[in-house]
Design a protein around this ligand. Sequence first.
Ligand code: GDP
Ligand code: MG
Length: 466
Amino acid sequence: GLSGRLGDVLEKLRGKGSISQDDVNAAMREVRIALLEADVALPVVKDFVNTVKTRAVGQEVIKSVTPGQMVVKIVHDALVEMLAGQIGAQAPDEAEDDGKGEGERKKRDRVAEVLNINATPPVPILMVGLQGSGKTTTSAKIGLRLKTAMRKKVLMASLDVQRPAAQHQLAVLGEQTGVDTLPIIMGQKPTQIAKRALDEGRKGGYDVVILDTAGRLAIDEELMEEVAEVRKITNPAETLLVTDAMIGQDAVTVATEFNEKVGISGIVLTRVDGDARGGAALSMRAITGRPIKLMGVGEKMDALEEFQAERIAGRILGMGDVVSLVEKAAQSIQMDEAEKIARRMEKGKFDLEDMLSQFRQIRRMGDVKGLMGLMPGIGKMKKQIDAANIDDSLIKRQEAIILSMTVRERRHPEIIKASRKKRIAAGSGSTVPEVNKLLKQHQQMGAMMKQMKKMGGMKGLAERMG
Ligand code: GDP
Ligand code: MG
């Protein structure tokens, strides 16, 4: 993956205050390879690399991360922005504060919301794309979602006269989802079926009419003209290009052709549940300028989600975990403190003052166990942390105990005998056994630090993380 390769290159960039042109050039060579390996089209890769280069040079490196991790973060953020495109900016939830909490917001169905269906009913949605890309499946998924999440009355119609079984396939999915389908009349042309669907939509009081079209194995003129004609006569509120995440380099041709000859309003990426790296998403987004609205994540009818740029960006770069680690670290670790402790640890010193400072850092990082879980090869240490029973409320109480000690006691814990323990317990609102427990834990942490030193200290740890 990218992180490993980048890791080698960026190892050399340690200890610099800001990112230089050379640093960026070296890193970008590797990013380029990673993007090409993920099947992002070459012109898109070039554009992206240039954008990131400009952005990264001169950027200050957060002290707590390596310049390499910093570049990775810049690359990742730029990728997310590019993938997210307009959709993030236009999402109504972000634009206005409706007074509801974050949790409430997440619960609401974004799939139904990313679709533009605010027009006079019946609102047509046209599904286009190559054969086997997932148009019929996605039609039914959307139909079901509009019905359940927005209580819309939906009619689906198959315009696929290429394959006799295709219209039947949609009828079956309609029955399965409880979404109405247009009765099949054999021998009609796609445009005739489309007209009939809109007529039926009006007569039957439908809110939305989903038009599922035929696809070919490859782009051909006849297909394009047919679909363009359907679009012209139905004037859909959404024309969604459905593409398989595994499409690879063909994404460029498919997206360009459909966008120029038919005109699309958005993209649906299917089979995101597979192991494709998803570079096609970036190519299609960049080339058409159209947002990727939804993603299919399985064959089941509920396996449809709002497109998540973060998730695809992580996959394209092949390093999701590293990025979230960098993210967390950047937010919270105060490196001056950490460095100070690291230096003392290297000298084999770890007193209660250090422990206090460590506690504060850990609390600032938030979910310490979650953070540890992200680091590869750290299982052993995690076990020790679990054993030492570090959690937030406990940490706060332990901080209180240390705060009740004199500086001399913190520096020389060995002088803390019975009478001092009583005083410390009283001062911190705890008990002598709790003070004892803290002192024991300090010893355990000291032992853990010694082990970390064997692993190569903080630097070794960072290397394992990269
Ligand atoms: P169409 O020719 O474009 O209409 O494609 P279909 O909707 O018939 O889908 C072709 C195949 O892909 C079917 O077997 C679907 O079940 C499957 N499929 C569609 N979307 C997804 C998805 O998001 N994940 C997975 N795993 N399979 C999908
Ligand atoms: Mg189909």
